[in-house]
Design a protein around this ligand. Structure first.
Ligand code: SIN
Length: 541
């Protein structure tokens, strides 16, 4: 079937829904999401949103902290713009009904502390900020008649002008995105969604790694689709590993928020001895995430044990239960009372600092295609993201995208759409053996964890690329031979993003932020103080 809409937004986390709410008065907004609308990384965010509200704080300090974390690669203009616009957008969320924690008997926001922030500046709702944000945004979207949400619709590919056979690529000055082909999971049908404006708000790619704090939906769909369509992708080697995910055989991707360390929790080695002083004598537990994650990795490799520990039990039990209700309850469910004992933790892939290159309005290289949130690379995070800057980026950039879209929309709408052909299945048959997908899925995630993880080497990166190559070929072949399923589409995207991470990491001959290689252990500002860009050339598309 063919659907026409004014705005097609792929993804239902903070980036997608904030923009949907803003665009609603301008036309018909279609939000598509590949599972339930609440299955997003936003829902899992525990920490909060970084914003200057403290009397001892100012925008310069927040900018400096962001840039220090970003290790020389942040785009200063973007940092300044996002940090300085933050308070307005926090107030906007409050107007939608979000109730951030306040100080006792006061109107003042309760400001949390996290690693590398020189001041208390994290606005939060307990330790389940993301869940509250998601709910407020979904409630708001639900009340808007011009916004329609399609659940269980998976983006197969973007539709771009040069795909249309009647167009010769040389006649196209700037490639234009016309919408996307989307798989309706319930029927297996692939529909054509046409829109003058398409937005990739698809989140991150954490599932490319064996261990991740991300939800199952984080399979790099936006990055992979934008790459295939010819957009530039930047800085994919900068994968942020969160130092502390719960280590428990039954716990899947449960994060132990950095806010615990902000409130004084200590990291202990397998013999229950503090160790962070050895790695960063000044900031210790509040050092950069890359440093803390590598320190834990080193402790685990040296001891041969499976986990280290995070201990907040010396703070009063009332404080811990009140400030971290979600973490307290969840750990208790696994038999760990965090008010009395240390929590077993391990690092896990958490956030992609790179993504689809956008300008300061979220516009990508392709006309009519925007990207926002973790799928995008705006330049805010540089080589390593400052904690709690991601929801903030999505909030501000969705607003910026709204400003640009309002400006260009009426002209774009007038532009003639070429006749877009329906999806061709070309005699594809049912892939009965799901094992072919799940096997490759496992191989890729293990390969990436072992060879392209927290500590890298040239040799392992080369081996990773060699091992991935036959899998990519097999996937390409299956793509044409078999009827597409959600699992297969995700595998295809995951494999694509894995390849791009390996290519980007192999290019960078230095260590910086989230990229550390034993062959080039130092930062090389002279040669490498620049973004890593990958782009598919025209004839490969
Ligand atoms: C956390 O709560 O530790 C995660 C916050 C973030 O990644 O920004």
């Amino acid at each position: 079937m063919q659907f026409k809409t004014d705005f097609l937004i792929i993804g239902s986390g903070i980036a997608g829904l904030c923009l949907a709410i803003k665009l609603a008065p301008l036309g018909h907004v279609t939000v598509v999401t590949k599972k339930a609308a609440s299955d997003t990384a936003t829902s899992l965010a525990q920490g909060g949103i970084a914003c200057v509200f403290g009397s001892d704080d100012n925008f310069d300090l927040h900018q400096q902290d962001t840039q220090r974390a970003g290790d020389g690669l942040c785009h200063e203009d973007i940092v300044e713009m996002i940090v300085s616009q933050a308070p307005d957008h926090i107030r906007e969320l409050e107007r939608l009904g979000l109730e951030f924690n306040r100080e006792p008997n006061s109107d003042m926001l309760d400001l949390g502390k996290e690693g590398e922030h020189s001041r208390r500046r994290i606005v939060h709702v307990g330790d389940y900020t993301g869940r509250s944000v998601q709910k407020v945004l979904m409630d708001s979207v639900g009340s808007l008649p011009s916004v329609k949400v399609f659940e269980d619709y998976v983006a197969v590919d973007l539709i771009i002008e040069s795909m249309i056979k009647s167009y010769s690529p040389s006649s196209i000055k700037k490639e234009r995105c016309l919408g996307a082909y989307l798989l309706e999971v319930a029927t297996g049908e692939i529909h054509t969604f046409l829109a003058p404006i398409t937005v990739l708000a698809t989140g991150g790619s954490g599932k490319v790694y064996l261990y991740t704090s991300n939800p199952d939906v984080a399979t790099g769909d936006g990055v992979a689709a934008a790459y295939r369509a010819g957009a530039r992708i930047a800085n994919l080697e900068f994968v942020q590993f969160h130092p502390t995910c719960l280590y428990h055989p039954k716990a899947k991707n449960f994060l132990i928020s950095e806010a615990l360390r902000g409130e004084g929790a200590r990291l202990l080695d397998p013999e229950y001895r503090p160790f962070m002083e050895k790695y960063d004598a000044k900031q210790k537990e509040l050092s950069g995430r890359d440093i803390v994650a590598r320190a834990i990795d080193t402790e685990l490799k040296n001891s041969g044990k499976d986990c280290v520990y995070l201990d907040i039990s010396y703070r009063s039990a009332d404080f811990v239960r009140e400030r971290f209700p979600n973490i307290y309850e969840t750990c208790l469910g696994f038999g760990i009372d965090i008010t009395k004992e240390p929590i077993p933790v391990v690092p896990a892939a958490h956030y992609m600092c790179g993504g689809v290159v956008t300008d300061s309005y979220g516009e990508t290289d392709l006309g009519g295609l925007f990207a926002s949130g973790e799928a995008a690379c705006t330049g805010l995070h540089g080589a390593n993201r400052l904690a709690s800057n991601s929801l903030l980026e999505a909030l501000v950039m969705s607003h910026r995208a709204f400003l640009k879209i309002s400006e260009v929309f009426s002209d774009l709408k007038k532009k003639l759409f070429p006749p877009v052909p329906p999806w061709e299945t070309r005699g594809a048959v049912d892939l009965k053996e799901a094992i072919l997908v799940s096997h490759n899925w496992d191989v890729i995630r293990r390969l990436m964890w072992n060879y392209v993880g927290i500590v890298r080497s040239t040799k392992r990166l080369k081996l990773a690329r060699q091992s991935l190559s036959p899998i990519l070929k097999e996937i390409q072949q299956h793509y044409w031979e078999y009827i597409l399923t959600r699992d297969f589409i995700e595998l295809r995207n995951l494999a694509q993003v894995a390849e791009l991470i390996i290519i980007s990491a192999s290019k960078r001959k230095e260590s910086r932020g989230g990229h550390y290689t034993i062959d080039y252990p130092y930062k090389d500002d002279w040669n490498w103080r620049r973004d890593t860009i990958v782009q598919k050339c025209q004839k490969e598309r």
